[in-house]
Design a protein around this ligand. Structure first.
Ligand SMILES: NC(=O)c1ccc[n+]([C@@H]2O[C@H](COP(=O)([O-])OP(=O)(O)OC[C@H]3O[C@@H](n4cnc5c(N)ncnc54)[C@H](OP(=O)(O)O)[C@@H]3O)[C@@H](O)[C@H]2O)c1
Length: 494
């Protein structure tokens, strides 16, 4: 039963066993944005620099060199990523030709990510001061609705981290279906595109822009009595999804994670103990909440966990993929194993789960972050892993991603002091759990590909200005600022 005030705002939801009251008298309003590509003026191309190194697979770099005009080719050399790392001489510009991999080829994806790490680490050492890194991919970006290659999308979307950790290196990320090397270098080196992530074609330049999401989300219903896999379901945000599955949809959850309810109950951390109590309460209400211990970074463990669930007669009908670990280390110290600690449970696990369950599930929802827009020093793997999920979504695999701002009362951001931080130090306003729950409800019941949830902070325009253009949707007049529900609750009864 839904209880509304005279202004039509939901104030109380009466459910089978529980009542949820919304503080402040109403459900929080929700604001969505998205990243789109918009045409911008094509800059006057920069001259070919004094020395250029084209880095990538041997065959691809040889073809790139052969396609250059003679004058440019005369000052251009090629290197594999290993040669880039081993060499010592410096050049004015590096052009990295990103590899591609099929969306389900785990080993190729892993190898492609490791290669990009090697290039991201080595490139600053091989560039002169003020040198330029141009990252070029054939299918890294596409207008919303057109397919990208997920690995290439992830690479162009996390390239900015290199310049954040090496301020004397300027990075431009370019997607160009024609792989026109001369165009990529001469436009990539312009001041106008420095720091940007753009799509080039013979028709001109498309640059990224953050814009209000155009409308309320179309509704998708989670079926009652179905089982939904929630990875990281005992984490801060995952727990909210678990509870919402039951409270709003009477659906059951299979949780994959490393720590069991017993581990949480025995923890010294009162937050863990409170989560264990919530699990006990949900089970007492009738929710089937099955936990299977597994390390999501380990394919064999995931396979065993899925087999165990299937053997118990449980058919998973949806996936909420919220497992993840934060990143905290500068690129120059990172090895492939460090990278896979971050990409494993998030990006690689998603590929594997999609492969194993894609045919049988009604939806697959995954968590991403604003870091894929701005980059973040110390978070190369985190940016790459989250961007890979967005790339999967934009590749048309059926995954939906939500870029979350920081949650300030639960979850991994607490360890970074988000609760104490000044609001305007962040790109977005951090969320209370109550605000976050409203997005949890709607993202679980809505149909979308790529969404930014929450409100931008006052300084957002200033923070985003070096990278892309931005228009806010948080003003009440905005069409996407409507608090009209995307799924439940239903429209106000007449
Ligand atoms: N909190 C935020 O402010 C925020 C902002 C943007 C995006 N996100 C994203 O939202 C998602 C949830 O974040 P959160 O704040 O809820 O984080 P959290 O509280 O740290 O929960 C993450 C969960 O992931 C599980 N996990 C991590 N590595 C795993 C592995 N190798 N195998 C199995 N399970 C693993 C953890 O379970 P175990 O402890 O059992 O291993 C934990 O329950 C993450 O993907 C995060 O990147 C969060």
């Amino acid at each position: 039963m839904w209880v509304y005030n005279e202004d039509g705002e939901l104030v109380v939801q009466l459910e089978r066993y529980a009542m949820r009251a919304f503080t402040g008298g109403a459900a929080s309003p929700v604001h969505y944005h998205q990243v789109v590509l918009e045409p911008v003026a094509t800059p006057e191309p920069a001259p070919w620099p004094a020395s250029v190194l084209i880095v990538g697979a041997e065959e691809a770099t040889a073809a790139a060199l052969a396609a250059l005009p003679a004058a440019a080719a005369a000052v251009t050399t090629t290197a594999t990523p290993a040669e880039l790392a081993a060499g010592t001489d410096r050049v004015a510009a590096i052009l990295y030709l990103a590899p591609s991999a099929p969306a389900t080829g785990l080993e190729e994806i892993r190898a492609g990510m490791a290669q990009f790490l090697a290039v991201a680490k080595a490139a600053p050492r091989r560039l002169v001061g003020g040198g330029r890194l141009v990252v070029l991919a054939g299918a890294g970006l596409a207008p919303l609705g057109a397919a990208v290659n997920p690995l290439q999308y992830a690479i162009v979307s996390s390239a900015r981290v290199v310049s954040m950790e090496n301020p004397r290196v300027v990075v431009t990320a370019i997607s160009d279906p024609d792989l026109d090397i001369e165009r990529a270098v001469t436009l990539g080196l312009t001041e106008q595109l420095a720091g940007h992530k753009v799509l080039l074609s013979a028709d001109g330049v498309l640059d990224e822009a953050v814009r209000p999401h155009p409308a309320a989300l179309p509704v998708r219903v989670v079926q009652p009595d179905t089982h939904i896999l929630v990875t990281g379901g005992f984490g801060g945000i995952g727990m909210e999804y678990v509870e919402t599955l039951w409270r709003d949809h009477q659906a059951h959850a299979v949780v994959f994670g490393r720590r069991s309810v017993e581990d949480l109950a025995a923890s010294d951390d009162p937050v863990d103990v409170a989560k264990a109590a919530r699990v006990t309460a949900l089970r007492a209400e009738g929710m089937q909440l099955r936990f299977v211990a597994c390390d999501l970074a380990d394919k064999a463990q995931v396979d065993a966990a899925l087999a165990q669930v299937a053997a118990e007669g449980i058919t998973i009908k949806g996936v909420v993929h919220f497992a993840g670990v934060p990143d905290n280390g500068m690129l120059f110290r990172k090895e492939t194993a460090d990278l896979e600690q971050i990409t494993g449970p998030k990006a690689l696990a998603a590929v594997h789960l999609l492969d194993a369950l894609g045919e049988q599930v009604d939806f697959f929802l995954a968590a991403s972050t604003m870091t894929t827009i701005t980059g973040s020093a110390g978070a190369f793997g985190y940016s790459l892993a989250n961007a890979y999920l967005e790339g999967l979504a934009r590749a048309g695999t059926g995954i939906s991603t939500v870029r979350w701002p920081g949650w300030k009362e639960t979850g991994m951001a607490l360890a970074f002091g988000i609760a104490e931080a000044e609001e305007d130090t962040y790109l977005m306003r951090s969320m209370t759990t109550n605000e976050g729950r409203e997005y949890v409800r709607r993202t679980l019941s809505g149909v979308f590909t790529d969404l930014i949830a929450g409100d931008f902070a006052a300084r957002a325009g200033e923070i985003l200005d070096p990278y892309l253009s931005y228009a806010d949707a948080s003003s009440p007049a905005s069409p996407s600022a409507s608090s009209a529900p995307a799924g439940r609750p239903p429209a106000k009864p007449s």
